[in-house]
Design a protein around this ligand. Structure first.
Ligand code: DLL
Length: 432
């Protein structure tokens, strides 16, 4: 069986990988300097020019990029190529200020799809497989990325997108899906639905490629058992291309970072100091080969550890552990990025005050989101019918903002505990 999609790259020696990175970094820094005035200014402010970056050893001299920079530059300010050379955007959910719009040339798409193809082959995928892609299609990177990867491997690709569980199960059983790609929470939901409908012996699944949100080892074991598969983690972010920045192999002990395309660093989130491998800190990526959206030293806010321990799969790329949390307030609920500030915006727009609490939980492997909001003295009502109406309106407005369902519970004025320090807005009960 084919074990690697691009063996000469995935099993290259450490020296070879380093040589690629050195060469590509020098080229990329020059490209950014020449074509992204915003980043050039940041470099000038730090007194760095392309001549100062001769190898990966000089990476630390370059300034970081953060989500704030992306916001400031929205939408076109960080592009490395003119619009005429770009063929696609992908984006995250969120209001204008929070939304990330990433651009791709045809070359960028090609390399991104290679990364996803590597993940599929690492999960045992070949051209004999039927690969059901149940990540969202459209602006979200999950569907398009794995769709492209699946084509490259030569799998029969089922571009299902997320949702419509009945249809998912019908295609899965009728067409004999062998590889399932979706968020781990949707995988758990599908597993449950398969059992409820007694379809377990009608499915031919062998592997799952699950990512876009945090999931525990316990959840992995549950889903593997219920579906009779091996479940592989996959990581990525829109800013750096989408899924396939890193992917798990059969060892299932962390995700190999595609180091021919991305340099991973771990920094202290407070000081920005680079930390040695094996130390927990914030993950930072530099994209070496992207033309249209070439981010250097992008702070992901994901807290993580890198490991260079030899892997039994034969791949030589560094491994990152499952992200252990975030250094900002972003929540990931059902694979969707949710900022408490988005919820607050909706509440204020709808005439409520900022007295609310967001409760996130995971029930039967599925994330739940509840927003408890105080009625104001002005809109207070004790009529059950009226309260239900008000709750419905808020559910609709939150859905329009976040793209997902949030349960709303209206409570009496002044019933949410006030804090004397920082308000506790989010209660995350998930144990991941
Ligand atoms: O979630 C890309 C993706 C799609 C990855 C499909 C894997 C599969 P964004 O919507 O931009 O992109 O969200 C990126 O999601 O910074 C992490 O906090 C989180 N995340 C992504 N993958 C994982 C994972 C896609 N495997 C943000 N485990 C990232 C934990 C993950 N968190």
């Amino acid at each position: 069986m084919k074990r690697y999609y691009q063996p000469e790259i995935e099993t290259a020696s450490a020296e070879q990988i380093r040589a690629w990175q050195d060469e590509r970094l020098v080229k990329q820094v020059q490209h950014v300097w020449d074509s992204v005035p915003y980043y050039r200014k940041k470099m000038e402010e730090r007194g760095v020019t392309p001549a100062d970056v001769r190898s990966v050893d000089d990476l630390h001299k370059l300034p970081f990029l953060t989500k704030d920079d992306l916001r400031e530059c929205y939408p076109y300010g960080l592009m490395g190529k003119p619009v005429k050379d770009c063929v696609r955007i992908q984006s995250t959910s969120g209001t204008t200020g929070r939304r990330v719009v990433a651009f791709y040339t045809q070359h960028d798409l090609d390399l991104w799809e290679d990364c996803c193809a590597r993940a599929i082959v690492a999960a045992g995928g070949t051209d004999e497989d039927v690969c059901q892609v149940s990540y969202g299609y459209g602006l979200f990177t999950g569907g398009p990325g794995l769709n492209g990867g699946s084509h490259k491997v030569g799998c029969l690709t089922l571009p299902m997108s997320s949702g419509n569980t009945e249809r998912q199960l019908q295609f899965m059983t009728d067409l004999g899906t062998t590889i399932l790609c979706c968020t781990p929470s949707y995988a758990a939901y599908l597993a449950e639905s398969i059992h409820e409908r007694g379809l377990r012996d009608k499915i031919k699944l062998k592997a799952g490629i699950f990512g876009a949100e945090a999931w525990s080892e316990e959840m992995r074991r549950d889903v593997e058992k219920q579906l009779g598969i091996k479940a592989y983690d996959i990581y990525g972010l829109t800013e750096i291309s989408g899924p396939g920045v890193s992917f798990e192999c059969e060892e299932q002990t962390g995700m190999h970072v595609n180091e021919d395309h991305f340099i991973a660093e771990i920094i202290d989130p407070n000081t920005g100091e680079v930390l040695p491998d094996g130390t927990k800190g914030e993950l930072v990526f530099t994209s070496l080969t992207k033309e249209a959206f070439p981010l250097l030293r992008y702070r992901t806010r994901d807290i993580c550890v890198l490991s260079r321990k030899k892997c039994s799969c034969g791949r030589t790329f560094v491994k990152m552990a499952k992200p252990m949390g975030r250094s900002d307030d972003m929540l990931i609920v059902k694979g969707v990025n949710v900022f408490p500030s988005q919820i607050e915006t909706v509440l204020l727009e709808q005439g409520y005050q900022a007295n609310y609490q967001i409760i996130v939980d995971r029930v039967d492997h599925t994330d739940t989101l509840e927003v408890q909001v105080e009625m104001t003295p002005e809109n207070f009502s004790d009529s059950l019918a009226r309260i239900t109406d008000m709750e419905k309106t808020l559910v609709g407005a939150l859905k329009a903002m976040l793209g997902i369902y949030a349960k709303v519970k209206l409570v009496a004025p002044r019933s949410i505990t006030r804090s004397e320090g920082k308000a506790v807005r989010v209660i995350d009960k998930r144990k991941i």
